[in-house]
Design a protein around this ligand. Structure first.
Ligand SMILES: C[S@@+](CC[C@H](N)C(=O)[O-])C[C@H]1O[C@@H](n2cnc3c(N)ncnc32)[C@H](O)[C@@H]1O
Length: 243
């Protein structure tokens, strides 16, 4: 069956069971505005609490004491808080969802919270020593542009960490499919504003593989790009240095 556009800016490919569903930026923003009240709780439940550890690992991989750090697509701010705890002296958290930012602000008033677009970062070139992006790369409309923007605002030699869900290849595949494709959307439907969690499995399926993301980082001007697969390869942590 052919694709159809919905009123929320979604494109649904009915023949593929909606797996190629993509959302326009305005729809992504309002989806996260709606999810904001349940976002942290859903993260803890979906990852059995491991998400905080993954962000801590990401922060430690790129943040050095005294760094000025950008956490882009910061959401409710957990990665920005991990950056601060890793020793950054200044942390800026940027997101385009006002409701997600409201929650972030309450968590850590000492962090600078900025409402803005990752695809047009409101910062001068070379403003930061390090940048982090947690589970946000999957949601941007133009990943190449996002990576170029992150490269632009980092000083030469500045470090980037991207934490993102990937599709496992090994023995966890069947469990992952049951958990992610069936249980997470059901769990989301049971929560107020959580029906958008049906979008999550689709957004993971259309996101580049870990190898492809590493290649895209290289194209965008990052050197020494590496990735580590975590939690039985359900999550990938990519790092690179602005060349
Ligand atoms: C899955 S949440 C991740 C939040 C947080 N980084 C974390 O580790 O939990 C994705 C976030 O990306 C934000 N986002 C998506 N596209 C964006 C864009 N173009 N500019 C700024 N924020 C964006 C959404 O508003 C949302 O808060």
């Amino acid at each position: 069956m052919a694709c159809r556009d919905t009123s929320e800016g979604q494109t649904l490919d009915m023949a593929r069971g909606d797996v190629s569903m993509t959302l326009a930026p305005d729809a992504v923003r309002s989806m996260f505005d709606r999810i904001a009240p349940v976002y942290d709780a859903m993260n803890r439940v979906m990852t059995m609490g491991l998400d905080l550890r993954w962000r801590r690992l990401g922060a430690r991989a790129v943040v050095r004491p005294g760094d000025s750090v950008l956490d882009a697509a910061c959401g409710t701010g957990d990665f920005a808080v991990a950056d601060l705890r890793a020793g950054a002296s200044r942390v800026v958290g940027l997101d385009f969802s006002p409701r997600m930012l409201e929650r972030a602000r309450r968590k850590a008033p000492q962090i600078e919270w900025v409402e803005g677009d990752l695809l047009a970062l409101p910062f001068d070139a070379g403003s930061f020593d390090a940048a982090t992006v947690g589970f946000g790369a999957r949601n941007v409309a133009d990943l190449r542009l996002a990576l170029r923007e992150l490269r632009r605002v980092l000083r030469p030699g500045g470090r980037l960490a991207i934490l993102e869900i990937t599709r496992p290849r090994g023995p966890l595949r069947a469990f992952y499919s049951l958990w992610f494709d069936r249980l997470v959307p059901l769990l989301g439907k049971a929560l107020p504003g959580g029906s958008a969690y049906t979008y999550l499995p689709a957004s993971v399926k259309r996101f580049p593989s870990a190898e492809e993301l590493a290649a895209l980082m290289g194209e965008a001007g990052f050197a020494n790009v590496r990735f580590k697969l975590l939690a039985g390869s359900i999550v990938a942590l990519h790092t690179g240095e602005a060349a």
